[in-house]
Design a protein around this ligand. Structure first.
Ligand code: 7PJ
Length: 293
C-alpha cells in the first residue's frame, strides 16, 4: 500500500498525484566558475523557474555523481550548496540536497533543506545520525559500486529483487535509527552500477518497488540509457525523458526527478487526466472535442 504522505521537514506531500523533483546541478560544469565558488544568481533563477513551472521539490546537487566522476571536497560542496539551500528555503521552496556527506546533510538541514537525496542510501559513517535528529525526508538510492567504477561491469543475479531488498533493508535501518517511515522514499538508481538491460528491467518492474509501500523516486531524465534507445545526444533527450517519466509513473513511481520541469508537468497532467476520466466526464464533454483541421 502506498503511504498517503511523504513528510519532509515542514512540507507534507500528498501522494495522490505524481510529484516532480526539479534537478539543480551546481557542479563546476554547470553554474559555478569552475572552482569553489558558485555564481548563485543563475542557479537561483533556474530554481525559481522550475518552481514556477510546477516543481514540487528542487534537488540541489554539488557533487557530480556521473560515471567516472572524481570525489568533491566537503568544503567545496558546502560552499556551492548551502547558500542556495538557504535562499530557496527562505522562499518556501521544498529543497532536497543530493549528497553523500554527513557534514553537508547537517548543514543543509540547518539551512532549511526539506529532504536529503543520498545516492549512497545513508551508508556513509554518520549519515544515518545526521538525518535521525531532524525531521527531513530522505531519498535512499541504490547503487552498485561507486561513481568512479560503477559502470565497469555491473552484475546481478536478480536485479529487481536485489535492488528492492537493499532498499528495504536501508529503509528498515532508518526506522531503527528513529527516522519515521513516512519520511522515507526509495529509488532504484537508474544508471548507478546498472547496464542498459538492468535499467529497462527495473523500469518495467517499478511496481515491485512501489509494492514495498515506500514512495518510489525515478530518475531517468536525459540518462544515457535513453541515448542508447534513441541514439540521441544528451541535449536531445527530452522526448525520451518524458516517455520514461510516464512509463515510471504508470508503474507506480511517486516522484520523478527531472531536468525539464515544465514539459514533464504537462506530460503528467495529460497522463493524470486520462487516469481520472470517468463516464460522467465523458457525457459532459463537448461534442466537438476532436482534433482541429
Ligand atoms: C539520480 C540522483 C537518481 C536520485 C543523480 C543524473 C545523475 N538521485 N542523482 N536518483 N541521479 N535519487 O542526474 O543524471 O537517479 S545524478
Amino acid at each position: 500500500m502506498m503511504l498517503p504522505l511523504l513528510r519532509c521537514g515542514r512540507h507534507a506531500f500528498e501522494l495522490s498525484r505524481p510529484l516532480v523533483m526539479g534537478i539543480l546541478n551546481v557542479t563546476p560544469d554547470s553554474f559555478s566558475d569552475g572552482g569553489r565558488h558558485l555564481d548563485a544568481g543563475p542557479a537561483l533563477a533556474h530554481a525559481r523557474r522550475m518552481r514556477d513551472d510546477g516543481a514540487d521539490l528542487i534537488d540541489v546537487g554539488g557533487e557530480s555523481s556521473r560515471p567516472g566522476a572524481a570525489p568533491v571536497a566537503g568544503s567545496d560542496e558546502l560552499a556551492r550548496v548551502i547558500p542556495l539551500v538557504a535562499a530557496l528555503a527562505a522562499e518556501g521552496v521544498a529543497v532536497s540536497v543530493d549528497t553523500r556527506k554527513p557534514e553537508v546533510m547537517r548543514a543543509a538541514i540547518d539551512a532549511g533543506a526539506a529532504m536529503i537525496n543520498d545516492i549512497g542510501a545513508l551508508t556513509a559513517p554518520g549519515a544515518m545520525q545526521a538525518l535521525a535528529g531532524s525531521g527531513a525526508g530522505i531519498c535512499l538510492m541504490h547503487m552498485q559500486g561507486d561513481p568512479r567504477t560503477m559502470q565497469a561491469a555491473p552484475v546481478y543475479g536478480n536485479v529487481v529483487a536485489e535492488v528492492r531488498d537493499f532498499l528495504l533493508a536501508r529503509a528498515r535501518a532508518c526506522e531503527a535509527a528513529g527516522i519515521a517511515r513516512e519520511r522515507v522514499a526509495i529509488d532504484p538508481g537508474f544508471g548507478f552500477g546498472k547496464t542498459h538491460g538492468h535499467n529497462l528491467v527495473l523500469l518495467r518492474s517499478m511496481r515491485a518497488l512501489a509494492a514495498t509501500g515506500y514512495p518510489v523516486v525515478a530518475g531517468l531524465s536525459r540518462k544515457s540509457t535513453l541515448g542508447e534507445i534513441t541514439g540521441r545526444d544528451v541535449r536531445e533527450r527530452l522526448p525520451a525523458s518524458l516517455a520514461a517519466a510516464l512509463a515510471a509513473v504508470a508503474r507506480g513511481a511517486a516522484i520523478v526527478r527531472v531536468h525539464d520541469v515544465r514539459e514533464t508537468v504537462d506530460a503528467l497532467k495529460v497522463w493524470r487526466a486520462v487516469e481520472r476520466a470517468t463516464d460522467a466526464s465523458q457525457c459532459a464533454a463537448e461534442p466537438d472535442d476532436l482534433p482541429e483541421g
